[in-house]
Design a protein. Structure first.
Length: 162
């Protein structure tokens, strides 16, 4: 459903909220560091009556993109493309990074900024096949004759029989 403008301002209650753009310059903290963000034309909603300014979803996306760029983090599009290039699912990448699959999905859809340490690990995974091999989750030994013998139990059993 498309919003019809002007719409009602939450502050002054007048029907004067309309799309506008502003020059945006702010300092943002991410992962313990401060980044100066400048966007020449940030889309906003502005009340023509009281001057109230509201950031839109598009505004939030542009600010997040600017922070990612300033921090030199992989973009959501780059993350998804690189993951697909190595043939991994979001679950595979989650297992390798010891993250939840939902976290990987948020990184890929731009809903969450990842940390610099995660960015370093992601770049290693994407660029180095030997790293991918080392990070694949260890498989458990399949059940033997209906027993529930796991890798840890089979190792202890082998050591006990020596």
């Amino acid at each position: 459903m498309k919003t019809i403008y002007p719409c009602k301002c939450g502050k002054c209650r007048q029907f004067a909220m309309a799309p506008a753009s502003i020059a945006y310059s702010e300092s943002h903290f991410h992962d313990g560091e401060s980044y100066q963000i400048e966007i020449l034309q940030l889309p906003i909603l502005k009340c023509g009556s009281c001057g109230e300014v509201i950031l839109t979803n598009e505004s939030d996306e542009q600010i997040s993109d600017a922070i990612r760029s300033a921090a030199k983090l992989l973009s959501p599009i780059e993350l998804r493309q690189k993951r697909e290039q190595i043939g991994w699912s979001t679950l595979d990448l989650a297992n390798a990074t010891r993250s939840a699959e939902a976290t990987i999905i948020r990184w890929e859809n731009g809903g969450q900024l990842h940390r610099k340490i995660d960015d370093c690990l992601l770049r290693l995974i994407f660029d180095r096949a030997d790293v991918r091999t080392q990070l694949l989750p260890t498989k458990l030994i399949p059940a033997i004759s209906g027993s529930s013998l796991s890798l840890a139990n089979s190792t202890n059993l082998t050591n006990a029989t020596k």
